[in-house]
Design a protein around this ligand. Sequence first.
Ligand code: ATP
Ligand code: AMO
Length: 434
Amino acid sequence: MDDRTYTADAEPGDEVTVAGWAHEIRDLGGIAFLIVRDKTGKIQVKFAKDEMDEDLVETGTNVTRESVVQVTGTVEEEPRAPTGVEVVPETVEVVAPADPELPLDPSGKVDAELPTRLDNRTLDLRRDEPKAIFEIRATVLAAVRDYFRGENATEINTPKIVATGTEGGTELFPITYFGQEAFMNQSPQLFKQLMVGSGLERVFEIGPIFRAEEHNTPRHLNEATSIDFESAFTDHHGAMDVCEGALKAAYEAVAEECADELETLGLADEFEVPEEAFPRLSYEEAIERVNATGELDEQLVWGDDLSTEAEKALGADVGGHYFITDWPSEVKPFYIKDHDDDESLSTGFDMMHPNMELVSGGQREHRYEQLVEGFEQQGLDPESFEYYTKMFRYGMPPHAGFGLGGERLIMTMLGLDNIREAVLFPRDRQRLSP
Ligand code: ATP
Ligand code: AMO
């Protein structure tokens, strides 16, 4: 099967072997068509009943939909065929027959609810739209990886089974590890920081994060893909520059390489690469602006986190991607550095899409004493983080970085209603398999 021809490459006059799925069988009496679908598209196979071997016609027209078939034959021009060409078959082989009853219709003629689609992802991804989402996702990840490499960052992989959490204790998944308490990692945060103090200096990781989220929502997953970046000798401004660059590189790659997929998703006309610099609003400006919209029942006061409603109101007001900088220190984690001239203000930032938060980041506390003090202030036991803090005693440079939610990036880029559309096999409260 290795020398098979993809349907998209079949040219008139070619002798081909095409392999794929029986997408549709149309019997018009004297003539019947089998539509074979593969990764690249579809091709019509023609059975002229009076002119062809009976067994061949029998096999080609009685195959059940979605069976795997392999057809050899000659490609001929045929203006009435959907792609302008068709295969006149010499052999048809049913390689793997499909049950006549399918749990979901890959032709898309019968709609299926998301849970049914997720239960049958293999069949679901035989449809053009879901397939397009994952082709775009792959393009985005490749573009971001290339962008970071262009920024002289080294790709790393850090442990997902860990001894301590970093992003808040209630969101941890506990596991047992040879009789010891352990957790699924919520973020590569501490490991990526440890690596900026190594000879690598500038690192990135694209990998899973695990969060026992309190809410079951259209934008939270219990296993998500985090795009993390961390660099020595930079501050939060430098991290925001790289963050903005990575996001724009992802959009540019999709615009350049995924025209067909965008067309499939009905986005060909509306897809826009963000060109302008993203506004950087301080937290203070952000809450003033939210309050000025008049959209909230209760005015925000200094120290409040932005609720979902507040994020929506501000997003609508700004109208594109933007940063919120200089958050109150108390709402940011221990590893975020405060401003030197005002300890109540942190260097933490978020990058927002008008509909939701995509990124958190900031400059990190690299000074040992202040770091340990920060643990104590947040009620964390510095001793259980000793593997991390002690490296701050051996020359830890100033550094900054961010974490970008991969699925939220795809979701906002493509206007998906549910983040689960951007994951092959989502993990949520109701879903542990497939
Ligand atoms: P963080 O980066 O702060 O850890 P996040 O990205 O998981 O958080 P968001 O998705 O931006 O958080 O959520 C913003 C706010 O909306 C949070 O305060 C969160 O608790 C709240 N929130 C999210 N989903 C719901 C929900 N279904 N019902 C009520 N509040 C929600
Ligand atoms: P934070 O917790 O804000 O920051 O996570 C960073 C980004 O990851 C995405 N994200 C999620 N996406 C889907 N489902 C979830 N449950 C989920 N949780 C997070 C969001 C979010 O903005 N260590 C810091 C990053 C840093 O400072 O470098 C962190 O994890 O898009």
